[in-house]
Design a protein around this ligand. Structure first.
Ligand code: BTN
Length: 263
């Protein structure tokens, strides 16, 4: 059994001055930290909360997928925050930039919300190190964003279901652990989301570009609606939409799945 010691009080001291009234909670087990905070919000609690679960029994990923994680081998948390940005587009990209910058210079972002570790001498291949799932719910007249983050810290040796081809932070820092990683990312993440609420995505466009794993690559896109699109990524626009040069011209993709085509 892995015994973890979480710096809940230190986290609260770092975060609460930014959002007065914010709570920090660490639980041994939750179905999903996102689900818990969404339920709490829908029940009328519109307060800010950082909820960390050592183990999720029904962790959720994007597009209805399951999110596998195991205690000590991963970090799973969600941040519930009442937010009222003028425009929500680009929030998940800002979260990705904040995480990548706080964690390691080698981390890259695969649009729209995967953290990637590049490998291969030319950096041509990427393996997923983390994912972001952002959902919102209403508490009375307040919209609360629930920002869920899952990071692979090390290989789950005892987990036969562990995804093949995934990356873990321990490849970059052998000492990496879930509690210290949370301490490393929590404050920059909260600061980034608050800055996004004030200023939107535009000030983050260049920082995203510096971490963009897809720029210049041939990709196949499965948009949320409509047929698959193939083309070459030209970066993201000032709203965080993916710009893809296709046979039909320049397309802007605002949601969907991207797979990188072999070069
Ligand atoms: C993805 O890449 O598909 C997104 C994965 C997001 C996983 C995190 S783990 C903490 C939070 N709770 C969940 O159930 N999901 C998110």
């Amino acid at each position: 059994m892995v015994v973890l010691t979480w710096p809940a009080e230190t986290l609260w001291e770092q975060l609460e001055p930014l959002v007065p009234g914010l709570n920090v909670e660490v639980v041994a087990e939750a179905d999903s930290t996102n689900t818990r905070l969404l339920e709490r919000t829908r029940a009328g609690d519109g307060g800010a909360c950082l909820l960390v679960a050592e183990r999720q029994t029904a962790g959720r990923g994007r597009m209805g997928r399951h999110w596998e994680s195991s205690p000590g081998a991963s970090l799973t948390f969600s941040l519930a925050l009442p937010l009222a940005p003028a425009d929500w587009s680009g929030l998940s990209l800002v979260v990705g930039v904040a995480l990548a910058e706080a964690l390691h210079p080698q981390l890259r972002l695969k649009w729209p919300n995967d953290l990637w570790l590049l490998s291969g001498s030319d950096g041509a291949r990427g393996r997923k190190l983390g994912g972001i799932l952002i959902e919102t719910a209403m508490a009375a007249d307040r919209r609360v964003a629930v920002i869920g983050v899952g990071l692979n810290i090390r290989d789950a040796q005892d987990d036969p279901a562990a995804e093949v081809g995934r990356a873990a932070l321990a490849e970059l820092d052998a000492q990496a652990g879930a509690p210290a990683t949370l301490l490393q990312v929590a404050r920059p993440l909260l600061q980034a989301v608050l800055a996004f609420e004030r200023e939107g995505f535009t000030p983050w466009q260049a920082r995203y570009a510096a971490r963009d794993a897809l720029a210049g690559r041939s990709v196949r896109l499965l948009p949320a609606q409509g047929p698959a699109v193939e083309g070459t990524v030209e970066g993201v626009n000032s709203q965080g939409g993916l710009l893809v040069h296709t046979a039909a011209g320049l397309s802007t993709i605002t949601s969907g799945e991207v797979s990188v085509r072999p070069c």
